[in-house]
Structures are given as structure tokens and as C-alpha cells.
Design a protein around this ligand. Structure first.
Ligand code: TXA
Ligand code: MG
Length: 336
């Protein structure tokens, strides 16, 4: 932890100090098991404004509130339906955000005017200790500049937000790598808004079949979760997700012939097949959780290496592959 005037934020285990900053209305980035979050006191309107400002986040996109103990729910939500209780029991602490009807104690802008709030209990020990020490619920979006890939290391946070936030608690590289799954339990049916660290299959094993927000399947539908309508996770270069990986080398050749600096996003198994300017092996295809873990770092690598055009292999849309493809498709200029 270092203060705002310091140019370089560095590694620290001084979680208590970070908690004090949060109590005082500042914003602090911290690791969770999914990605780094940019946290502020969820009950303090001014502190929440600092989050939106630091990230450049549109004000109609609500934040997730992070808690360390189930009792904290009482202050935040009116009611916890049985189905939500089952999910909490099965997946908290962990990468599942549950949307419930909110109370009025939460700062207005956390929920962007909605009558619901998304709550999750992260499993990362630093996150849990920080929330307990701050002794307030912590609202936290991913700690990236709005539109950029989410941060999975403290250096990603520093790259995007240095000088704009009070500090970052460095907990190394995050484990899951993609954000939490978001489900709405504020209505009669449970609806999946964002695929993430907990898979649909895992949820359905606990509570039976759930609905999927139609916008996740068809671009034409307006999403019911505000954040899902924005461009996200995008590298600077043009990104194309390629369904038929056999065609990637042809695309690369064509683009290079036009003078572009070209990258390929692949996995360990296939990296030797490609002849491009930048080839990034993003985990192992035979274990998609490793792809999820490295996805955002891989997208950021293309920025560092100044890729102008990137071709990404598509992944199977099952298990965590659904979250991976959701992020890739949102980051992409097109799926070809
Ligand atoms: O893993 C995560 O969820 C990370 C870590 C830091 O916890 N956080 C995260 O926050 O990804 P953020 O702000 O980048 O994404 C929150 C998503 C957005 O798509 C937002 O629209 C949706 O959750 N959301 C939050 N509250 C909502 C609500 N009341 N109704 C519908 N969608 C909501
Ligand atoms: Mg985000």
C-alpha cells in the first residue's frame, strides 16, 4: 500500500491500512479469486462516485457489493428467497453474484437507480480480510479502465489506474481469471445474466433448470443486466474470433501481406502451428480453466506487443468455455 502521491504502487500485505482508506472514502484495488476489484464503501455515495470516475465507467452500470459474512446481507437486501439461500450455501464464498431486492442503505449510484443489488462473497483470503477489517460492505467493479480487459494481476491495475486510485493490495495473479457468474434471484425464475466462474451446469445441479437472458444468445436482444450492453475486454488491435481454426494461418498470411502486425491467440497444444508476428498460448485447451485464468493477460499481451489484428481460436461453449467465449465475443470486432 502506498499513498496517492506515490508514482509507483507496490506490493503490500498491509490490508488493515487498505481498510482504513476504504473507511475514509477512498478507492482501493484488491485481489479476488476472479479478477482484481476496485473497492469503496458501498454505503458512502461520495466514495462510490470515486469508483465511477477512476474507471471512466458509465453511471448506468451498477456495481457488485462484496461481503465477508452472510449476516451482512440483512443490511443490503429486503429478502433472501429459498432459491438464493440454496445458491449461497452451495457457492459462497466464491464466484457467484446474486441479484436481490435492495434496501435503501446502499448508496444510490451503486445500483444505478435499480431496485435490486448484486451481492457476492468472494473466496480470496485478502478480499475477505479486507472487507472484515473495513467493517462495511465493499462495492467493487473490476479494477480496469472501462472497456479494457479485466485485471488479473496488480500490474494490470497499475497500468490502467495508476494515479487515479489510493492504492492496490497486491495478491499476485488471480485464480479463476474471468469474473463471477451473475444470476438474478429477485424475480420468480432464476435468470443467468453473465456466465462466469461458477458454471450454469453447477448451478442447475443445485437448483434445477434456470433461464438464460436472451441477450446472451442473440445480439438483437437488449440485456437486462446493464453492464452486458457495453463493449468490454477489448484489446487495442482488431480482434476476430475464428470458428474454423484451420483457416487462421490463411487469415494471418493475408493480413501480413497487407503490412499488418498480426497476432494469434491459441493454446499450448497448438501454438507451434502458427506463423504470426505474435503467438500467445493461453492455457491448455484440454483444461479450459487454464484458458480462463490466462485470458485477460493474453489479451493485454497483444496490446504490449502492438498487435494490429488478432485472430483468436474459438473454444467449446460448455462449462467455463461459455464464459470464455462470452468475453471473447464481447471483445471481438467479429466472429468469422
Ligand atoms: O468477479 C467479479 O464479479 C468482479 C470482482 C471484482 O468481484 N467484479 C465485476 O464487476 O466483474 P463489474 O462491475 O465489472 O461487473 C458487474 C456486472 C455488470 O455486468 C453489471 O451490469 C451487473 O454485474 N450487475 C450488477 N448489479 C446488477 C443489478 N442489480 N442488476 C443487473 N445486473 C447487475
Ligand atoms: Mg468489469
Amino acid at each position: 500500500m502506498v499513498d496517492k502521491d506515490d508514482q509507483f504502487l507496490h506490493k503490500s500485505s498491509e490490508i488493515k491500512e487498505a481498510a482504513l482508506w476504504i473507511k475514509n472514502g477512498d478507492v482501493i484495488a484488491f485481489p479476488t479469486e476472479t479478477v482484481y476489484g476496485l473497492g469503496a464503501n458501498a454505503l458512502d455515495e461520495e466514495a462510490i462516485q470515486n469508483i465511477f470516475q477512476a474507471k471512466g465507467r458509465p453511471s448506468d452500470n451498477p456495481l457488485i457489493v462484496h461481503i465477508a459474512k452472510e449476516e451482512q446481507l440483512k443490511e443490503l437486501v429486503i429478502d433472501v428467497p429459498l432459491v438464493a439461500k440454496k445458491l449461497i450455501h452451495a457457492f459462497w464464498p466464491g464466484p457467484l453474484t446474486i441479484i436481490l431486492k435492495r434496501t435503501n442503505s446502499i448508496a444510490e449510484s451503486v445500483t444505478a437507480g435499480l431496485d435490486t443489488v448484486g451481492v457476492r462473497m468472494p473466496s480470496h483470503p485478502i478480499a475477505l480480510t479486507l472487507i472484515e477489517a473495513a467493517d462495511v460492505p465493499i462495492a467493487a467493479p473490476s479494477a480496469n479502465q472501462s472497456g479494457k480487459p479485466s485485471p488479473t494481476s496488480a500490474s494490470h491495475v497499475i497500468h490502467d489506474l495508476n494515479g487515479k486510485i489510493a492504492g492496490v493490495v497486491d495478491g499476485g495473479v488471480t485464480g479463476v481469471g474471468v469474473e463471477s457468474t451473475v444470476v438474478d434471484c429477485s424475480v420468480d425464475r432464476v435468470i443467468l445474466y453473465r456466465p462466469g466462474g461458477v458454471t450454469k451446469e453447477e448451478i442447475e445441479a443445485v437448483i434445477g433448470p434456470i433461464e438464460v437472458d436472451p441477450s446472451l444468445q442473440a445480439e438483437t436482444e437488449a440485456p437486462r443486466s446493464p453492464g452486458m450492453k457495453y463493449t468490454h475486454y477489448a484489446p487495442i488491435g482488431q480482434l476476430y474470433v475464428v470458428s474454423d481454426c484451420g483457416k487462421i494461418n490463411n487469415y494471418v498470411q493475408e493480413a501480413r501481406a497487407k503490412g499488418h502486425r498480426v497476432g494469434v491467440l491459441t493454446t499450448e497444444e497448438r501454438k507451434a502451428k502458427y506463423d504470426a508476428d505474435i503467438v500467445v498460448a493461453c492455457g491448455k485447451r484440454d483444461d479450459l480453466s487454464t484458458v480462463a485464468q490466462k485470458l485477460y493477460d493474453s489479451l493485454r499481451t497483444f496490446d504490449q506487443q502492438k498487435a494490429e489484428i488478432i485472430y483468436a481460436e474459438a473454444f467449446p461453449k460448455e462449462g467455463i468455455g461459455i464464459a470464455i467465449m462470452n468475453r471473447l465475443e464481447k471483445a471481438a470486432d467479429a466472429v468469422i
